[in-house]
Design a binder for this molecule. Structure first.
Ligand code: ATP
Ligand code: PRP
Length: 224
């Protein structure tokens, strides 16, 4: 058995959907093909054309956890997810490359007709529903706005429509979801894209295997 065959394959953690789809061209740029799709397969470990690299498919918000604990050597996650993760698990993740994929922005939005600026300038206490509690807390604290944060796990756009919240903090890309639900964006908090994250120990012990992939990803994402 050759020394290379004795080494475990590198493990890349990805979420299915847009991150998986937008990572495929980066893998192709590194000469790696993925023949199975997590949309059609129930498998959670996917092989690639490179025996030295396998993919694991996890929830977007779980990617940093798999990488931080070393169950994956590296992964791809949105800055939104990384910010929420870092607040509870500081340190431990190396973030070498902004991949410029899954681009969107984190925003405050309200029901059409709700006077957000007036509410803020009157010092009203606002109820804000969001999945991004840390980012929202930091944003409103910076602005000096009093908020009660309500943690949700999805479909934030519904909250102002049924009286759960005055405002939401959510991701916006085309604005189509806000529009379909009669909501308007009133503040942008931060631009979001996805980053490559690397386990600190893998960075040292698997540097020779990782570096060519990191270089190829960096070259491919610089064009975006
Ligand atoms: N509409 C969008 N356009 C572009 N990028 C987006 C959009 N919505 C989310 N993203 C980015 O893609 C990442 C993955 O989003 P995805 O919808 O696949 O997972 P999720 O449903 O937010 O996560 P989870 O399954 O853990 O709840 C997000 O963390 C964000 O960085
Ligand atoms: O401005 P738009 O282009 O309409 O995109 C915004 C929507 O995209 C994201 O949801 P996603 O599509 O990921 O659905 P999910 O969070 O329910 O998985 C986000 O939570 C918004 O609802």
């Amino acid at each position: 058995m050759s020394p290379a065959a004795a080494t475990a394959p590198l493990t890349l953690a990805l979420s299915k959907g847009r991150i998986f789809e937008e990572t495929l061209p980066l893998l192709e740029a590194a000469g790696v093909h993925v023949t199975e799709s997590p949309e059609s397969s129930r498998k959670l470990i996917l092989p690639t054309s490179d025996p030295g690299l396998r993919l694991i498919i996890v929830r977007a918000s779980d990617v940093p956890t798999y990488v931080q604990y070393g169950a994956a050597d590296f992964g791809i996650a949105g800055k939104d997810v990384l910010f929420e993760h870092a607040a509870q698990h500081p340190g431990g993740l190396y973030q070498p490359i902004d991949l410029n994929i899954a681009k969107c922005r984190l925003c405050v939005a309200v029901r059409q007709g709700f006077d957000y600026q007036a509410a803020v300038s009157q010092g009203s206490r606002l109820r804000v529903a969001t999945k991004y509690v840390q980012a929202a807390r930091e944003h409103f604290a910076r602005k000096g706005v009093y908020v009660d944060l309500i943690k949700l796990y999805g479909s934030m756009e519904l909250a102002p429509l049924v009286g759960l919240a005055d405002a939401i903090v959510d991701l916006v890309s085309t604005g189509g979801t806000l529009k379909a639900n009669n909501l308007v964006e009133v503040e942008e908090i931060v631009d979001i894209s996805s980053r490559l994250i690397v386990n600190q120990a893998s960075l040292k012990t698997r540097a020779a295997d990782l570096q060519p992939l990191l270089d190829a990803f960096e070259r491919a994402s610089a064009d975006k």
